[in-house]
Design a protein around this ligand. Structure first.
Ligand code: PLP
Length: 303
């Protein structure tokens, strides 16, 4: 993995290899860090960051949930993200802001620990599947259930949620699949380990609602908006395992993965050649991120 050599830490640009964190870091012990995953793309008007404002706004909302008071404004963090990209040579990076409790006092009362804010970048060309190919992602329905909102707010992008994702991912790999689909404790579909999920039934698009215990994905929101623009009926509604297993098409959305067709769900195989709705959405999404759809220019922030 190619990590950026410069990072931003508490307002300063530093050499990444000269920065280290203490083993007494509070959030390392008690999983109370919040983070974002943001992408740069090469677009018509140069290098852009996709929906940067929305990502930074979600970071602040996640932080609020854990009483992590970020001592910067959203505008300052937006500028800092772009600065880190520039400092690392302006490539199509994945950007990772991370806010965590640093070293102070251990114990479950987090207050009194300093709040640290870091922004890092790295190259992450293809998260699921092979670079430049759309062969589809082979998924399995996990036996691990998604942590319910009543136990941990899944709409906050907190590191604690990812222990659940990590268990499900490991199980999927051990079963010979690439990605896990998690059901929630009610038994309906929630999402994957790092992506939201959509299905298509008779030309209608469906995706689980926030109450299913999902992250409110920004790619998910982009696809819902694009579907409405293309007059594709879209509903945020609970999806049963029966609906999942009989869907005409299924696909994943996420910043790291992009849009990825689901080619297998356990023993069920789906053919990308029959995925007309997915193809339509993916083509339009690619036009949006490359700056060819001027109606969506406000989603593109020039570096
Ligand atoms: C659990 C989970 N669900 C969904 C997503 C997709 O969200 P987004 O499209 O904002 O990247 C992510 C990625 O951050 C995730 O980690």
């Amino acid at each position: 993995m190619e990590f950026g050599s410069k990072l931003w830490l508490n307002g300063q640009i530093l050499d990444a290899n000269k920065v280290s964190a203490s083993l007494f870091t509070y959030s390392l012990h008690y999983s109370t860090a919040v983070f974002e995953g943001i992408r740069c793309f090469k677009a018509k008007k140069g290098l852009i960051v996709f929906r940067l404002k929305e990502h930074v706004s979600r970071l602040f909302n996640s932080a609020k949930e854990y009483n992590l008071i970020i001592p910067y404004t959203e505008t300052q963090i937006i500028e800092a993200c772009k600065q880190v990209v520039r400092e690392n040579g302006s490539k199509d990076f994945y950007i990772r802001p991370l806010v965590y409790y640093g070293t102070g006092a251990l114990g479950l009362n987090a207050s009194g620990n300093p709040v640290e804010t870091a922004i890092m970048v790295w190259m992450w060309p293809s998260y699921l599947g092979k670079e430049g190919k759309d062969e589809g992602v082979r998924c399995t329905v996990s036996s691990w259930r998604k942590i319910p909102n009543e136990s941990l707010p899944q709409y906050a992008k907190c590191t604690a949620n990812y222990a659940n994702s990590s268990l499900a991912k490991r199980q999927a790999i051990e079963r010979g699949y690439e990605e896990a689909i998690l059901l929630n404790t009610k038994g309906t579909v929630a999402e994957c380990t790092g992506e939201n999920l959509f299905i298509v039934e008779n030309g209608n698009l469906k995706t689980p609602p926030l109450s299913a215990g999902i992250l409110e994905g920004i790619t998910r929101d982009s696809i819902i908006t694009i579907a409405k623009k293309l007059n594709i009926p879209v509903a945020e509604t609970d999806i049963t395992t029966e609906e999942l297993m009989s869907a005409d098409e299924a696909f994943l959305t996420g910043t790291a993965a992009g849009l990825k067709f689901v080619s297998e769900i356990d023993s069920r195989k789906l053919n990308v050649k029959n995925a007309q709705v997915y193809e339509k959405l993916k083509n339009f999404y690619n036009r949006v991120i490359s700056g060819q759809e001027s109606d969506f220019d406000e989603w593109l922030d020039k570096v």
